[in-house]
Write a protein that binds this ligand. Structure first.
Ligand code: GLN
Length: 575
């Protein structure tokens, strides 16, 4: 029978609970076990699809088209768990199911209540999240213990454990040991109080993972053990990583968490946790000296979580290319105002997906600059749509060309609403969502990158390339290199005359893994590295030489100083 691990969080939010849950899943897999992963979120939205990235960060899309919490991205990047619609439940989704049942009359006259009806529905959701043949099912509870809205979930996992044989369920609680600089010490009181909250509900954590910026002394571990009633060896330190978030699984294994879990759940305890390739990856990252700088010109640039999977994918490509990837985050609106000086000196431009018109003209100008100067360009979803608009306006001479999303009366709707989107009234869950096939045209960059005839990538959009303009684009040198075979929708376009200029309607960032980067990200970072190397050679050869057509139209030299850069080492995207 499958064993269950529940992961709760205490003291504060943003402790990296998703990452820690994913790392626990990973170390169990590396012991030869099969895991399933699930997140329960206490908010009332049915899914995060209707939330602004500023509220929630990125919406992570699964193969089956469900729009989920970004922690599921960690689960997929760290483990092989099969994720689906049942891998993420919210309060809203649970309540909608219970209310739908009530309307059908399924409760046969009872008063429908939080206990038992909502908690029963949560327990059913936990059971639904277990994939066939899993040895261990991990369920992360969003929010912080003590919040009003997470109470039904915490109550439901208490009941769940009570209904299982002893030793089948493990409770992990993630807490913070704040460091008080003035007194130079770590404090355990918030952890004690947070565990107190859990015990009030009837949950005794079996493992405490303590996030800390300073080392936890053995005396502190003993004190926490005593006050929280957790065995001393199960009080685990998870210190801030000095180098990369990919160190977390290593750290948990070093602390013995793999063996503690195995012992508690009665799993085979003589197995080795094999992190060999992972450790080699970290070693190679430490040895990396090459650096490329990629400008990301987007709307939600202030919030790292809004483009989380994109930054992660760039890191993965960096690992493969033995290159550190620095990200220069540029607000599209700033680009609109200040121009190309903001991306001067970068080795590549990435324009991510998005919604809403703000900053769109800035994105279009940045893409024009990349096209005209040979700067490697990668456009994702709205980024690809902006590349289409730029090409239509500036190469095909179609003045006023636009997407119907932002200009209902454009004379040239080069991006238009998909036919099946025209009569939709509901916003939630109604985009073109999930995995679709894409047939790759032979002899193209896309084909060289993927090395396959048909690929599958995940989508989340309402608008698409308008096929009425296809021939004009092709004739002018913009190749349609990927098409959905079922509906003849343009999925990839690219400029053959450019070192690397490629736009995709889908979201390839959802399929990249640290040890298996997504091929387009891989190729993009390789092209950026090539450009950086050329630039270095030219610099060594003295001034006057130019690696590319830098300085061409659109590279407005000295409008303003470049925006501050942030160094993202491979895999170092802090959560
Ligand atoms: N807003 C665009 C559309 O709906 C692009 C969406 C996206 O970038 N994810 O088609």
């Amino acid at each position: 029978m499958v064993k269950h691990i529940f992961i709760t969080g205490g003291v504060v939010s943003s402790l990296g609970k998703g990452l820690t849950s994913a790392a626990i899943g990973m170390i169990l897999e590396r012991r030869g076990l099969k895991v399933s992963m699930q997140k329960l979120d206490p908010y009332i939205n049915v899914d995060p699809g209707t939330m602004s990235p500023f509220q929630h960060g990125e919406v992570y899309v699964l193969d089956d088209g469900s729009e989920t919490d970004l922690d599921l991205g960690h689960y997929e990047r760290y483990t092989h768990a099969k994720l689906s619609r049942s891998s993420n439940y919210t309060t809203g989704k649970i309540y909608s199911e219970v209310i739908a049942r009530e309307r059908r009359g399924d409760y046969l006259g009872s008063t429908v209540q939080v206990i038992p009806h909502i908690t029963d529905a949560i327990k059913d959701a936990i059971a639904a999240g277990v994939t066939p043949e899993s040895d261990v099912a991990l369920t992360e509870i969003g929010g912080t213990v003590g919040d009003i809205e997470s109470l039904p979930f915490v109550e439901a996992i208490r009941q769940f454990a009570l209904e299982r044989p002893q030793g089948d369920v493990l409770f992990v609680h993630l807490t913070l040991l704040p460091y008080l600089r003035a007194s130079g010490e770590l404090k355990t009181k918030p952890t004690q109080q947070s565990v107190g909250k859990l015990r009030e509900i009837g949950i005794q954590p079996d493992v405490l993972i303590c996030r800390t910026e300073q080392p936890m002394t053995p005396e502190m571990a003993r004190k926490i053990s005593l006050f929280c009633n957790v065995r001393p060896e199960a009080v685990i330190e998870e210190r801030d990583v000095d180098f990369s978030i990919y160190q977390v699984p290593q750290m948990l294994v070093q602390a013995g968490l793999d063996r503690i879990i195995a012992r508690h759940l009665g799993l085979p305890s003589d197995l080795e946790t094999d992190l060999g390739d992972w450790n080699r990856m970290l070693d190679s990252m430490r040895r990396t000296t090459d650096t490329v700088e990629i400008a990301v010109v987007g709307k939600y640039i202030e919030l790292h979580d809004a483009y989380k999977s994109i930054y992660e994918s760039l890191s993965h490509a960096g690992i493969k290319n033995q290159t550190r990837v620095k990200i220069r985050k540029v607000r599209a609106e700033d680009y609109q105002a200040k121009g190309a000086s903001l991306i001067e000196g970068v080795d590549g431009l990435l324009v991510p997906g998005g919604f809403g018109e703000r900053g769109v003209e800035g994105k279009i100008r940045a893409i024009q600059h990349a096209r005209e100067t040979g700067l490697p360009f990668f456009g994702i979803c709205l980024g690809m749509q902006c590349a289409t608009i730029e090409f239509a306006r500036n190469v095909l001479g179609l003045a006023g060309a636009h997407t119907a999303e932002f200009s209902g009366d454009t004379p040239h709707p080069v991006i238009h609403l998909m036919a099946d989107q025209r009569n939709l009234h509901e916003k939630g869950g109604t985009m073109r969502l999930g995995s679709f096939a894409c047939r790759i045209r032979p002899g193209t960059l896309a084909q060289r990158l993927y090395g396959a005839e048909v690929v599958h990538e995940r989508h989340r959009h309402r608008y698409e390339f308008n096929n009425a303009y296809r021939a004009a684009f092709e004739q002018a040198g913009m190749a349609i290199s990927g098409v959905n075979p079922d509906r003849d929708l343009v999925e990839i376009l690219e400029l053959a005359s450019h070192p690397f200029f490629l736009g995709v309607q889908f979201h390839p960032e959802f399929k990249s893994r640290p040890l298996a980067p997504q091929p387009i990200f891989d190729g993009f970072v390789a092209a950026a590295r090539e450009r950086a190397r050329k630039r270095a050679r030219v610099a060594a050869d003295g001034p006057g030489a130019s690696p590319t057509q830098e300085g061409g139209p659109g590279s407005a030299g000295s409008e303003s100083p470049a925006s501050p850069i942030s160094l993202v080492r491979p895999g170092a995207c802090v959560t």
